[in-house]
Design a protein around this ligand. Structure first.
Ligand SMILES: [Fe+2]
Length: 470
C-alpha cells in the first residue's frame, strides 16, 4: 500500500484532519453508492451466512427506526439516543510534552509520587526524563518498574505495598496499557482497601482516589481515556474489568516522542488493536453521537497513520496521528464499549498466550463481515474516510467490492499483512478441535453483549472457523 506523506507542518495536531481528508475525496464520492449497494457483487462474502440467527434486526436499530421522523441521510439515527458525556481527563498533547510531567503533577498537589512502568520502558531512557521533571518540580518519587504485560492481581498487590511504604499522595504511570491499568488497579485497593476482586464491575470505588497522571508510550489501548482497569486474576487468569469514574486519569500526556521507541511488532499489535477499537466502538449497541464522533476521528487518524509508521517508525507526525487516534478510540470505548472481536480474542490470550493485538488482527475482518448484515451503513461512514488508494488496495485485483463491510474487512487484512502479523488461527497454533471450547469461553465475555448483531456460542464458533484458515 502506498504510504501517505506527511509535511513537517503536520506536527501541529490541528492540521491532521486536512492530511487525511485530502486523499479521501474519491472515497466520499463512493460513500452514497456503498450505502445503497450500487456496486454489483464481484466477490462473494466468505464466512457466515447473512441470515440473522434471531430472525430480526437488533432492538436498538428497531427503536431508532421506529422513532425516526427524519431521514437518516440528513440526521444520523444516533441523534435519537440520549447520552451523558462527562469528560474527566485533561489531554496535554505535543512532542516533548512529557517534560511538563513535574509541573503538571505539582499543579494538582503532588508531593510524594509513585511512578509505575515496566522494565522495557525503563530501558528506553524515558523514565530518566520523567524523574528529572518530577525532581525539578520538588516532588519525591518512588519507582515501581516491575509491571508485567496483562497485569495481574499480583502486580497490583506489589504496587499497593510500594505505594503504602512511600506514603504516596499521587500516582503516575508511563508505559503501555499494562502500566496504566496497573496504576489504576493499585489506586482502587490503596484507597479503598480489600483486594482487586472487590472492584470488579462498575462504580465499586469506596471513596476519593489519588490523582493519576499517565503518559502512554504505545498507541494502543487508549486506557488513558478510560475509567476501567483490566486486571487478570493471578490464579484463574480471568480478566476483571474494574471501572469507576473516580479511577479516571486527571491528566493524559500524549507525547509522540515517547512512542518512537516502540519495536515494529509492538507498533503493529497495538496499532491494529487501536484500529479495532475505533471500528468496534463505532457500531456497538451502546453507541451514541458522542462515541461515534470519537470513533470516526480515531479511525481516520489510525487508518492514515498505521501504514506509515509501519514503514517509517521515526515519522513523528504519523506517530502523533496514531497516538491521538488510539486516544480518541479509547474515549469512544469509554462511551460505547466494544464488541465480538474482543469477545473472541480474549480466550485466545487466556488459552494460548496470544498477544492481544495479534488475535484481534486475525478476527476483526470476520466480525466486520458478520456485523455488516446490520451495520453496513455505519461501516460505509468509515470507508468514506479512506483514501482511494487504500480502497483500491483493499479490493484487490478483482476490482471494487460490493459492500462497505467487505472493503473495510479487506482494508484491515491489508494492514495486518503489511505488519507481518498472522491472518489465520492456524498460524497462531490454535487447534481446530478446541474451537468449540474457545467459543464457549467467548460467549461468556461481557464485551460480546455490546456487539450490534447478537452472538452466541454457535455463531462465535462459526466466526472462529471462518478465521481458522483464512
Ligand atoms: Fe483491544
Amino acid at each position: 500500500m502506498r504510504a501517505i506523506q506527511f509535511p513537517a507542518s503536520a506536527l501541529d495536531a490541528g492540521n491532521l484532519p486536512l492530511i487525511f481528508s485530502c486523499s479521501g475525496i474519491f472515497a466520499s464520492l463512493l460513500f452514497r453508492s456503498l450505502k445503497k449497494g450500487r456496486f454489483p457483487a464481484l466477490r462473494k462474502t466468505p464466512g457466515i451466512k447473512t441470515t440473522n440467527p434471531t430472525g430480526a434486526m437488533t432492538t436498538p436499530d428497531q427503536r431508532r427506526r421506529k422513532h425516526s421522523g427524519m431521514t437518516h441521510d440528513l440526521f444520523p439515527r444516533e441523534l435519537l439516543e440520549p447520552f451523558d458525556y462527562d469528560p474527566l481527563t485533561r489531554v496535554v498533547y505535543g512532542p516533548g510534552s512529557i517534560d511538563r510531567l513535574g509541573a503538571l503533577s505539582r499543579e494538582y498537589g503532588a508531593l510524594r509520587v509513585v511512578l509505575f512502568t515496566d522494565p522495557g520502558i525503563l530501558a528506553t531512557g524515558h523514565i530518566d526524563r520523567c524523574l528529572q521533571s518530577l525532581t525539578a518540580a520538588g516532588i519525591e518519587t518512588t519507582l515501581f518498574s516491575a509491571v508485567q504485560p496483562n497485569p495481574s492481581t499480583d502486580d497490583v498487590d506489589a504496587g499497593v505495598k510500594v505505594a503504602r511504604e512511600a506514603q504516596a499522595d499521587f500516582l503516575v504511570a508511563v508505559g503501555g496499557g499494562s502500566s496504566i491499568d496497573c496504576a489504576k488497579g493499585v489506586n482502587f485497593v490503596l484507597t479503598g482497601g480489600g483486594s482487586m476482586k472487590d472492584y470488579w464491575g462498575v462504580g465499586k470505588a469506596k471513596g476519593p482516589m489519588l490523582p493519576l497522571i499517565v503518559a502512554p508510550t504505545t498507541a494502543g489501548t487508549g486506557s488513558e481515556a478510560q475509567s476501567f482497569a483490566l486486571i487478570s486474576d493471578a490464579v484463574t487468569h480471568v480478566k476483571m474489568a474494574c471501572g469507576d469514574k473516580r479511577a479516571s486519569c486527571r491528566v493524559a500526556i500524549l507525547d509522540p516522542e515517547l512512542t518512537l521507541s516502540m519495536p515494529r511488532s509492538v507498533t503493529a499489535a497495538t496499532g491494529i488493536d487501536a484500529l479495532s477499537h475505533a471500528i468496534e466502538s463505532h457500531v456497538t449497541k451502546k453507541r451514541n453521537s458522542v462515541s461515534q464522533s470519537f470513533s470516526r476521528r480515531a479511525f481516520r487518524l489510525l487508518a492514515g497513520a498505521l501504514p506509515v509508521v509501519l514503514e517509517r517508525p521515526d515519522h513523528l507526525a504519523a506517530r502523533g496521528a496514531a497516538l491521538l487516534g488510539a486516544h480518541w478510540a479509547g474515549a469512544a470505548i469509554e462511551n460505547s464499549m466494544l464488541g465480538a472481536t474482543h469477545a473472541l480474542a480474549n480466550p485466545l490470550t487466556a488459552t494460548y498466550g496470544t498477544t492481544h493485538g495479534v488475535a484481534i488482527g486475525v478476527l476483526l475482518p470476520h466480525v466486520i463481515r458478520f456485523n455488516a448484515e446490520v451495520v453496513n451503513d455505519l461501516y460505509a461512514e468509515l470507508v468514506s474516510t479512506l483514501p482511494a488508494a487504500a480502497i483500491a488496495a483493499a479490493s484487490g485485483p478483482g476490482g471494487p467490492l460490493s459492500s462497505a463491510g467487505e472493503i473495510l474487512a479487506g482494508f484491515v487484512t491489508q494492514v495486518v499483512r503489511q505488519s507481518g502479523q498472522p491472518v489465520s488461527l492456524v498460524e497462531l497454533g490454535v487447534e481446530e478441535s478446541r474451537l468449540p471450547e474457545l467459543a464457549q469461553a467467548a460467549a461468556t465475555q461481557w464485551t460480546g453483549t455490546f456487539n450490534p448483531r447478537p452472538v452466541d456460542a454457535a455463531s462465535l464458533e462459526e466466526l472462529y472457523r471462518c478465521a481458522y484458515s483464512a
